[in-house]
Design a protein around this ligand. Structure first.
Ligand code: ZN
Length: 300
């Protein structure tokens, strides 16, 4: 099995933290992740800085990166303007997200699902002609904080529409961490039936994130999002934790024989470094418990 892990820590992880990190520190986080062996990451978000002040200075983050050859530095965009900024700033890949429910879409990016879908199709066509790889993420695909449970048929209908102008990847996102594995299986299987290449994005708000990631893997996703340390939350879900922690996911995958090329010791060190930068303990467990079996003995 081959699987790419996309570390969304520099974006999803940091955009909901109380403490805002300077662009140069966010770039350093990306550099550390690349050194630890992450092949793909969301390095920056090209949303309006008034809406998400933690993400201000996306261009500065991109400019400060010490790019590692072979590593993909993606940028999140929510509209055409963001797309233009991201391409101008030199992202390797564009990640466009829109919501599976109208209310979440209105609050998050002032666009209903239908409007978000229209933009998706336009952006994918544009990215094709610009020769920029593009992933489209369907947010709140497993449940919405405003509209409640989201019927799988609704999400699958969205994926079917997306396949009219197929993106390189469709990512199904459990933005508020409410999904369970049977839901994951149904959605991933259904989406793949339309010929889509599928990735998945789980928050661990209700501790189902890792079980969901495993279910997604078994259903054939090619990519899983995770954030180092499990940093982050959701502005619409009080007490929400962040994404599943990259190092905890890598530990699980390595034990199952899924090779990711990621150096766990370096990733744990990055998780601890990020905790220091944010001035808090991050939710990831491996950075507390340590790897097993420990490799540290030789360094003592
Ligand atoms: Zn997220």
């Amino acid at each position: 099995m081959t699987l790419t892990i996309c570390d969304v820590g520099p974006r999803d992880g940091l955009q909901n933290e109380a403490k805002t990190l300077e662009p140069r520190v966010r770039a350093e986080l990306c550099d550390r992740l690349a050194v630890a062996g992450l092949k793909r990451m969301e390095a920056a978000s090209f949303v309006h800085p008034k809406l998400v002040p933690q993400m201000a200075g996306a261009e500065q983050v991109m400019a400060a990166l010490r790019r590692k050859p072979g590593t993909v530095y993606a940028g999140l965009v929510l509209n055409e303007k963001g797309y233009e900024r991201a391409v101008e700033a030199g992202v390797d890949e564009v990640h466009y997200a829109f919501a599976a429910t109208d209310e979440f879409g209105r609050r998050n990016q002032n666009a209903t699902t239908a409007e978000g879908l229209k933009t998706a199709l336009a952006l994918v066509a544009r990215a094709r002609s610009d020769r920029v790889p593009v992933t489209v993420t369907v947010s709140v695909a497993f449940g919405c904080p405003f509209e409640g449970p989201v019927p799988p048929e609704r999400v699958l209908k969205i994926v079917e529409h997306l396949m009219n102008v197929p993106p390189d990847e469709v990512c199904l996102a459990d933005t508020i961490g409410v999904g369970v594995p049977v839901q994951v299986r149904e959605l991933v299987r259904g989406a793949r039936a339309f010929g889509a290449t599928i990735g998945a994005h789980f928050h661990n708000t209700r501790n189902t994130g890792y079980a969901n990631a495993l279910a997604a893997l078994e259903e054939g996703v090619v990519s899983l999002d995770a954030s180092v340390g499990g940093a982050g939350g959701c502005p619409f879900a009080p007490n929400a934790t962040g994404n599943i922690a990259t190092e905890d996911l890598v530990y699980l995958l390595r034990g199952m024989g899924v090779e990711t090329g990621i150096d766990l010791d370096a990733l744990i060190a990055t998780s601890r470094w990020l905790g220091t930068q944010l001035g808090k303990d991050l939710p990831g467990m491996l950075a507390r418990a340590g790897d097993y079996p420990a490799r540290a003995a030789s360094k003592l």
